[in-house]
Design a protein around this ligand. Structure first.
Ligand code: ZN
Length: 455
C-alpha cells in the first residue's frame, strides 16, 4: 500500500474527524454492518426512522404541520406504508415556492449549507443541510465508493463540472491529508486540460475515477486515440443517470475495469448504487426512503417504469417527504446475490423531462432513441434531440466525415417511426454539443409536459 494512503487512513483522517466532531467514520462503520442485515430487518429499521422524521417534520416545520392538518393525517398514527402514502407528493415547484417554510424551527439560526440542483430541467432547487446531514451523506457515499474499489485515504480522480477551487491553505491541506482528489473540469475538456489531468494522475495515482458518464467517455476516447495507458483505476463510478451501452464498452475497454452506476442528487445525496456484482443498484435504505410510482401514484411492479419519490431520513434541517425528484426508474425483478440485504432497483431510465411525448400522450425514452440511431447510422458522432412542442423535433447533429445525405433521410424516418409519422423532424448541424451549466450533458430534452409532471 502507498505509505501516504496508509498515513491518511490511519492517522490524518481520524484526527481530522475527531477535531471536527464528524460522525462520518462512526456512521460508515454502522452502514458497513447494516448493509448485511436481512431485508426485513432493514425495512423495519427504515420505517422506524421514517416515522421519527414524519413526527419531527410535523412538530417543527410550518409546511408539514399545515399539510398534515389539511389532509387529516396524524403522524403518530402512521403505522404502515398505506398510511404513509396518504401524504401528498411534494413537487419541485412547491419546494421552490415555499422554501423557507420547509426549514425546521430548531435549525433556523444554525449554519446551513445550500445544495443547489443544476436546474437543467427548469429553475434550480435549493435544499439546506446541516453539518451532520452532510457527514452522514458522505459516509453513505464512502460505502458505495468502497464497493467500486476505493478505500478511505486514497486519492480520487474526478471528471466534474465547475470543480471547487482549493485556494486557501486549509483547503489545500485538507486536499493533501484528508480528501485527496484531482479534477478534470467537464466545462473545459480540451486536449491541454486532459493532458494536465493525466500528468496529475501519474503523480497522485487515484484508485477510482468518478464523474459524469459522458465526460468519462470523452476522456476514455481521448486516451484511446492518443495511446495513453497510464490511467489504471481499480474502478469507475459514473454518476450520470444513463450511460449509453456503447459508451460503457469504450470506458471499460480503455481503463480495463468495470463502471459502477451511482445514482444521487443534490437534494438527498446518494439514492442507489451498484455493488461489485454490477447487477441492479442497491438503495441507500438507511438514509433515504424511495418509492417508484405510476401516474396514479401506485407502486409500480418489478420491471415496470415509475417516477421516483424520495424521503430523506437524515435531513432534519429541511425535511423532504415524498419529494418527486424528476427521474424515472425500474424496480428489480431479482436480488443481487452479493449477500447485502439492501433492496435493489434495476436501473434509472432518465429524467422525466428526457422523455419525448407522442400525440397520443405515450412516452418515448429519448436517450434510448439517441443510442439506437447513433449506432445504426454511420456519420453521426453526437446527437441531441430537442422536442420543442408536440409537432416539432429538432435533431442537433455533430457530423463525422462518413455523413451522407442518405443518413439524414434514414434518421428522419427512424424518428418518425418511433415518435409518430406527423412529427416534423428538423436536422440542425452543429460543431459540438456542449454540456449544461452544471457540466452535465443531456442528449434528449422535451419541452412538452408529460403526464408524470402533473400526476
Ligand atoms: Zn449486491
Amino acid at each position: 500500500m502507498d505509505p501516504m494512503n496508509f498515513l491518511r487512513r490511519r492517522l490524518f483522517v481520524p484526527i481530522w474527524v475527531a477535531k471536527d466532531r464528524s460522525p462520518r467514520l462512526k456512521y460508515m462503520r454502522q452502514l458497513e454492518r447494516s448493509q448485511y442485515f436481512d431485508l426485513e430487518r432493514l425495512r423495519e429499521l427504515q420505517f422506524s426512522k421514517l416515522k421519527r422524521m414524519l413526527k419531527y417534520a410535523y412538530e417543527n416545520t410550518h409546511y408539514y404541520r399545515e399539510i398534515f392538518q389539511e389532509a387529516g393525517i396524524d403522524p403518530a398514527r402512521i403505522q404502515d406504508e398505506a398510511d404513509f402514502k396518504k401524504i401528498p407528493v411534494l413537487k419541485k415547484a412547491h419546494l421552490r415556492r415555499h422554501h423557507q417554510r420547509f426549514v425546521s424551527d430548531p435549525y433556523r439560526d444554525k449554519r446551513l449549507v445550500p445544495f443547489k440542483t443544476g436546474g437543467s430541467t427548469g429553475q434550480p432547487v435549493i435544499v439546506l443541510k446541516d453539518f451532520e446531514t452532510i457527514e452522514l451523506g458522505v459516509a453513505a457515499a464512502y460505502r458505495s465508493f468502497k464497493w467500486a474499489g476505493w478505500r478511505i485515504g486514497e486519492p480520487m480522480g474526478r471528471v466534474w463540472g465547475n470543480p471547487p477551487s482549493k485556494s486557501t491553505i486549509k483547503a489545500k491541506l485538507r486536499n493533501l491529508l484528508i480528501d485527496p482528489e484531482i479534477f478534470l473540469d467537464t466545462m473545459r475538456i480540451e486536449e491541454k486540460e486532459i493532458l494536465d489531468f493525466v500528468k496529475k494522475w501519474k503523480k497522485f495515482k487515484p484508485t477510482v475515477l468518478h464523474g459524469h458518464s459522458h465526460s468519462i467517455f470523452i476522456f476514455a476516447s481521448f486516451c484511446e486515440e492518443k495511446g495513453i495507458e497510464d490511467i489504471t483505476p481499480k474502478g469507475i463510478v459514473s454518476t450520470s443517470m444513463m450511460l449509453m451501452p456503447r459508451e460503457r464498452t469504450v470506458i471499460e475497454r480503455v481503463f480495463n475495469c468495470k463502471v459502477t452506476d451511482f445514482y444521487g442528487s443534490e437534494e438527498v445525496g446518494l439514492i442507489a448504487c451498484q455493488c461489485e456484482n454490477h447487477k441492479g443498484m442497491h438503495l441507500n435504505m438507511e438514509n433515504v426512503y424511495v418509492e417508484l410510482v405510476n401516474m396514479e401514484g401506485k407502486d409500480v411492479t418489478p420491471g415496470e417504469m415509475g417516477t421516483v419519490l424520495v424521503t430523506s431520513l437524515i435531513n432534519k434541517a429541511m425535511p423532504l417527504i415524498r419529494y418527486q425528484i424528476g427521474d424515472m426508474a425500474i424496480p428489480s425483478r431479482e436480488t443481487c446475490g452479493c449477500g447485502r440485504g439492501l433492496a435493489c432497483i434495476e436501473k434509472v431510465t432518465g429524467r422525466v423531462a428526457d422523455f419525448l411525448v407522442r400525440k397520443n400522450g405515450s412516452l418515448v425514452a429519448g436517450v434510448s432513441l439517441v443510442e439506437r440511431t447513433l449506432t445504426a447510422y454511420p456519420g453521426i458522432s453526437q446527437m441531441q434531440l430537442v422536442q420543442e412542442d408536440i409537432d416539432n423535433l429538432i435533431v442537433r447533429i455533430v457530423r463525422s466525415s462518413e455523413y451522407k445525405s442518405e443518413t439524414g433521410k434514414l434518421l428522419t424516418n427512424e424518428l418518425k417511426n418511433s415518435v409518430g409519422p406527423d412529427i416534423n423532424v428538423h436536422l440542425a448541424f452543429v460543431e459540438r454539443i456542449a454540456p449544461g451549466p452544471s457540466g452535465k450533458y443531456r442528449f434528449s430534452i422535451s419541452k412538452v409536459p408529460n403526464p408524470y409532471m402533473n400526476f
